[in-house]
Design a protein around this ligand. Structure first.
Ligand code: 3NM
Length: 219
């Protein structure tokens, strides 16, 4: 199975996996929100645009590609392999009902593929299928997405951590106030949407989270 070791290492050199969800921009433009994330120091951003038609999603992805490339930040596209490829993103993030991993791998070749997982079985299947990393959640309650799963909690996060070797990005209800517990439970990175994009000062918020993430012995 081909992987992309260079980018792969870079994604998880950061304890924060920022998700730019265009439905949570709080009146900002997506480029202004992305600028805040970049100024704060993120090194990986996932672009999430559930409701946009493909053409608009691609335009947004191309803009995000320009901004992220200028700051040496990885760009991952949520759900859409076609848009990830057309925008020359670094990878794609897929849910359980999106394009199957094997088909995505054929198209993405050595680019990154992350798979959303919600239990240990899905986590193992993503790993054995050749995913570069998994998302695992929802860890806590979240209003951002109706996942269909009760909060997994930290014990199940620990179980998933032990079940797979590939990087694990925890997601769902993670905030500045509880992120340290998530890293302590073994997550390589924490994905956050509402806590980060809901902040008045996005860059300041990111900086505080990254400072927490460099705390000794957390990960
Ligand atoms: N996926 P917030 S939970 C996009 O469990 C997403 O797979 C989840 O948003 C999963 O940080 C989630 O605002 C929403 O809780 C995360």
């Amino acid at each position: 199975m081909t992987r992309a070791p260079a980018s792969f290492a870079r994604v998880f050199s950061s304890p924060l996996y920022a998700v730019l969800d265009i439905e949570q921009l709080q009146g900002r433009s997506s480029s202004a929100a992305l600028e805040g994330l970049l100024q704060g120091g993120v090194s990986v951003v996932q672009l999430r645009a559930k409701t946009l038609p493909g053409k608009e999603f691609l335009e947004l992805a191309r803009d995000a590609r320009r901004q992220t490339r200028a700051r040496d930040c990885l760009l991952i596209i949520n759900d859409r392999v076609d848009i990830a490829l057309a925008a020359r993103a670094d990878g794609v993030h897929l849910g359980q009902d999106d394009l199957p991993l094997q088909d995505a791998r054929t198209l993405m070749r050595t680019k990154l593929i992350g798979i959303s997982t919600h239990d240990v079985e899905q986590a193992r299947a993503a790993e054995s299928g050749g995913a570069d990393y998994i998302g695992f959640g929802p860890i806590f309650g979240t209003k951002t997405k109706e996942t269909g799963y009760a909060p997994r909690g930290l014990p199940l996060l620990r179980e998933a951590r032990h079940a797979v070797k590939i990087p694990l990005v925890a997601i769902g209800g993670i905030t500045e106030a509880n992120v340290v517990q998530v890293w302590q439970a073994g997550a390589d990175a924490a994905a956050m949407i509402s806590d980060v994009l809901g902040a008045q000062d996005v860059a300041g918020k990111v900086k505080r989270i990254l400072v927490l993430g460099t705390g000794a012995g957390l990960r």
